[in-house]
Design a protein around this ligand. Structure first.
Ligand SMILES: C=CC1=C(C)c2cc3[nH]c(cc4nc(cc5[nH]c(cc1n2)c(C)c5CCC(=O)O)C(CCC(=O)O)=C4C)c(C)c3C=C
Ligand code: FE2
Ligand code: FE2
Length: 340
């Protein structure tokens, strides 16, 4: 540990909620071949013809609605986490974003310039594996280290979607909400295209082949986002003692025309209201820090849709953010990383 420095990495946000900055951010993000996994030219055409003409203005409005004096919630919360973790450990801990600032290149160069640092422990701030999150962060770190010939080895912290300590922290952070009266809880995970899951299936023949493939043991689960989010949900409901008819798993933030994981959070929210469900909680365990997708898409948009469809209240359970149980756990894992 004495010769190890840690790098926490989250997704990133635009520099400001202005359309120009949001356009640059969306271009950077969506031109990543692990996000829109098409040949470069096809990706360039999709992004330029179908995303950049209208999306920056829409997303800028959404960002403006969650932006604070400290800037993007995702970045300011991630910075607070890094500061809290740094208070608990003597190892140097840096924070970077996969897209935008603070950037991964500067953070890795800074860590590697410390004479005592021989190893960088990369800690992607995602509980679940996806090519659009963990894989792209790992490849970017490897590229930076080789391009700059940094004299460090790279160690990657594994995902922790069903680790008991993570589930305990998640249940503990949601405790005040779970203790109140509610009719139903929605586990809303960021969606991914089904194609991404199939592409990452190391067996080539398991993922999405049957309705219950995620429940049948397979080495494919190491990289199956759907399996992993089901596991998080199963562990959470067991620990929090939530009965099977009181929760639903759903997927949010769909983009484009491909088939994404289903059901969508928006369809579930409307159908719960139509069934006469009045009080709904929504938890978003794929995000460890509140961001546009939780605060705006769920906390504002889904809430309005639920009430318009006849529901009474929809409460967003905050992400782990800087909850002491989470801060302590991250510090513990930086000092004693889980094994793959
Ligand atoms: C939590 C894990 C995430 C996965 C998996 C993921 C996949 C994924 N995302 C997009 C497209 C967009 N995502 C956007 C925002 C966004 N996404 C995540 C996390 C995951 N994305 C976070 C934390 C955020 C919030 C960033 C913030 O600044 O708060 C956006 C930008 C906003 C918008 O215009 O809606 C896009 C676009 C794809 C295509 C994808 C998988 C292929
Ligand atoms: Fe996303
Ligand atoms: Fe699966």
């Amino acid at each position: 540990m004495k010769n190890t420095g840690a790098l926490l990495v989250n997704l990133g946000s635009p520099d400001s909620p202005h359309e120009h900055d949001v356009r640059n951010y969306l271009n950077d993000f969506l031109m990543d071949g692990h996000v829109i996994d098409m040949p470069w030219l096809v990706r360039r055409l999709i992004v330029s013809l179908f995303v950049l003409p209208k999306r920056p203005a829409q997303s800028a409005k959404a960002y403006a609605s969650v932006w604070t004096e400290k800037g993007s919630p995702l970045i300011s919360i991630s910075k607070d986490l890094q500061e809290e973790v740094q208070k608990l450990t003597t190892m140097p801990v840096e924070l970077a974003m996969r897209y935008g600032k603070p950037d991964m290149e500067s953070a890795l160069v800074r860590l590697a310039s410390k004479p005592e640092i021989k190893e960088v422990l990369l800690f992607p701030l995602y509980p679940h594996y996806a090519m659009s999150t963990v894989k792209t962060v790992v490849e970017r770190a490897e590229k930076i280290i080789s391009t700059h010939k940094l004299p460090v080895t790279l160690k990657v912290h594994p995902v922790f979607y069903d680790h008991n300590a993570y589930i305990e922290a998640l249940v503990e952070s949601a405790k005040d909400y779970l203790e109140k009266e509610f009719d139903h809880i929605v586990f809303s995970y960021h969606g991914v295209p089904e194609r991404h899951i199939r592409k990452d299936d190391c067996t080539g023949s398991h993922c999405l082949q049957s309705d219950d493939c995620c429940q049948k043991a397979s080495p494919a689960h190491q990289t199956c986002y759907r399996h992993q989010v089901y596991r998080t949900t199963a562990c959470f409901v067991e620990k929090a003692d939530i009965p099977v008819d009181k929760y639903t798993v759903a997927f949010q933030s769909r983009l484009g025309r491909d088939k994404w994981l289903e059901p969508s959070t928006s369809s579930i929210i409307k159908s719960l209201a139509q069934q006469g469900i009045k009080k709904v909680l929504v938890i978003c365990p794929a995000f460890v820090a509140d961001c546009l997708e939780t605060l705006e898409e769920i906390g504002m948009e889904a809430k309005e849709d639920f009430i318009t469809a006849g529901g009474e209240s929809l409460e967003l359970i905050p992400c782990l953010n800087t909850h002491p149980a989470w801060t302590k756990l991250v510090t513990h894992w930086l000092e004693k990383p889980l094994q793959n």
